[in-house]
Write a protein that binds this ligand. Sequence first.
Ligand SMILES: [Zn+2]
Length: 64
Amino acid sequence: MRVSKIEPCIDCGKRLPRKELNRARRCSDCAMAAVRDSMAQMHQKSGPYYEKWKENLRAAASRL
Ligand SMILES: [Zn+2]
C-alpha cells in the first residue's frame, strides 16, 4: 500500500499528507486565510496578491 507523502504547509509549516494540502501546498486553514487576504488586497488594490493578479491579467491579455 502506498502511503501518502507528508509535506509541510508553506505558510504554517504544519505537516500533512500531500493530498490534504492544496496545489499551492497550503493546509485548508492557510488556504482560507490566503483567500481572505487576497480578497482584502483586491479591495484595497494593493499588496502582493493584487500585484500578482495584475501580472496574470496582463499576461493573459497579451496571449489574446
Ligand atoms: Zn497551514
